[in-house]
Ligand binder design. Structure first.
Ligand SMILES: Cc1ncc(COP(=O)(O)O)c(C=O)c1O
Length: 465
């Protein structure tokens, strides 16, 4: 066991040490490899070393380098090392943390970690939470709370509201929660891609007039496309007036609430009935760490509390995961959050998040000054979006895609784009803890060079004289 552990740690550390040198966008042409990996179950075992070779030398490089410093695509996070150690401890000790009675002190660590998130988000003491596999599952559980509280068993009449820029997990979760697509309203957005409150009010009124039962609004604290933060305060007012459950999807953006100076960017967030946040994004933890906070913890318990003859009696003074979430047997997600925060402390998190925001603001200014680039979305948090200007939309979209691909192909920085109302946008999201000034400067330089090159190649500019 010692030797195997050391072999794994040594490979993992070497991998992390070489992250900056790895291509930001791995070799993804893996179809032949994928076919070869489909094999019958091995009858006899093998040793660890060749499997580590396969993983580290062959398979892992065939992926986006999501942990690398140049990963400015989608919403990064990085994946801090202590969290992996926490998983190792959790998996080797394999204690049961689904019910409190089986490991009360360990479950308390998870409860404490949830309380830390609660305090950062300025939610009240009545809050209860849940660690989930990600933001999608957090949002799903929030919809269950709202549905149970406002609709009971009569769910077909219920209508919910989110913006046209909301993450697709809102509609997906609604469906999982029994709220069909024809009961989800996608509210239009303003020029900054934020939900239009007047349109929300109108949609709620129209549904009431049609005899339906508006029950929930899901706003975004940082959209995936452009990083837009909906007017959370104004939406909270509408929700209070209309008796709607207000859920805030802060999977990307809620973590910025840790930084007191940045709280005004998220004004109104602490008024939400529930909040999704993704520690695997803004707290830099590895994938598989989402979280939900519910202001009235009893609403979450009402959805999930249950008992059985083979389970110990429930109690309520202490947190009990199976009473607040759908899982019984589960991993120990709280340990990765707890151990990491204990080791790093809140101050380092605040500093890192403030730094990422400042880097994005700086980079957006530089990119906006590149000839031929139009900044469509300045960073409301740490994400901005832009396009290449041309004579018509189709050419603009082609040029924008070409710039994203060209920068990414250079292997140091990975960017992704998105489509918003038929327009292709390039995005830069600075959120990996490994992304520092050097990578952001490189991204700006490469964007400047590739934009100039592509504009000439596409006849959009005459090039340097
Ligand atoms: C704004 C937003 N909401 C929700 C999600 C869904 O979270 P997850 O991928 O953790 O399920 C994401 C990211 O994927 C996101 O960026």
């Amino acid at each position: 066991m010692q030797a195997m552990g050391e072999a794994v740690v040594s490979r993992a550390v070497a991998h992390l040490a070489s992250l900056a040198a790895q291509p930001s966008h791995g070799d993804l042409d893996a179809a032949a490899r994928c076919r070869a990996l489909s094999e019958p179950v091995p009858e006899h075992g093998t040793t660890l070393e060749p499997l580590l070779d396969l993983l580290f030398d062959d398979l892992i490089p065939r992926s986006f380098t999501t942990a690398g410093p140049g990963y400015l695509a989608y919403i990064p996070g990085g994946g801090v090392y202590p969290a992996a150690l926490a998983d190792f401890i959790a998996d080797t000790t394999n204690r049961f943390t689904g019910i409190r009675a089986a490991a009360p002190a360990l479950v308390q660590l998870e409860a404490t970690a949830l309380d830390w998130l609660r305090d950062w988000m300025q939610f009240p003491a009545t809050t209860r939470g849940l660690f989930t596999t990600g933001g999608s599952m957090a949002t799903f559980n929030a919809i269950l709370c709202a549905r149970e509280r406002h609709l009971g068993v009569d769910i077909r009449r219920g209508t919910m509201y989110t913006s046209s820029q909301a993450h697709h997990c809102v509609e997906k979760s609604a469906k999982l929660a029994g709220v069909a697509h024809d009961r989800v309203r996608l509210i239009p957005v303003d020029a900054q891609h934020r939900m239009r409150v007047d349109a929300l009010v109108d949609a709620v009124a129209a549904d009431r007039a049609a005899g339906l039962t508006p029950f929930m609004v899901v706003s975004s604290a940082g959209t995936t496309n452009t990083g837009a933060v909906d007017p959370l305060d104004a939406i909270a007012d509408v929700a209070a007036r209309e008796g709607l459950w207000h859920h805030v999807d802060g999977a990307y953006g809620a973590c910025f609430h840790l930084v007191p100076d940045l709280r005004p960017l998220l004004a109104g967030l602490p008024r939400a009935d529930s909040l999704t946040l993704d520690p695997h994004k803004g707290m830099f933890l590895p994938y598989g760490t989402g979280a939900l906070l519910v202001r009235d913890g009893e609403a979450l318990r009402a959805v999930h509390a249950s008992t059985a003859g083979y389970l110990p009696e429930n109690q309520s003074e202490f947190y009990d995961p199976a009473q607040y979430g759908p899982d019984l047997s589960r991993g120990f997600p709280g340990l990765r959050v707890w151990l990491t925060l204990k080791m790093f402390g809140a101050a380092r998190y605040r500093a890192a998040l403030a730094e990422k925001r400042a880097l994005a603001v700086w980079a957006a200014d530089q990119v906006a000054a590149i000839p031929g680039i139009v900044l469509d979305a300045a960073p409301q948090l740490s994400l901005f979006a832009f396009h290449v200007q041309a004579q018509d939309l189709a050419t603009e979209n082609a040029a924008t895609h070409a710039v994203i691909d060209a920068v990414t192909a250079r292997g140091k920085v990975m960017l992704t784009g998105c489509m918003v109302d038929g327009r292709a946008l390039a995005r830069v999201c600075v959120l990996s803890f490994r992304t520092r000034r050097a990578e952001v400067e490189l991204a700006v330089t490469q964007l400047r060079e590739e934009t100039a090159r592509i504009r000439v190649a596409m006849g959009l500019s005459e090039g340097p004289s």
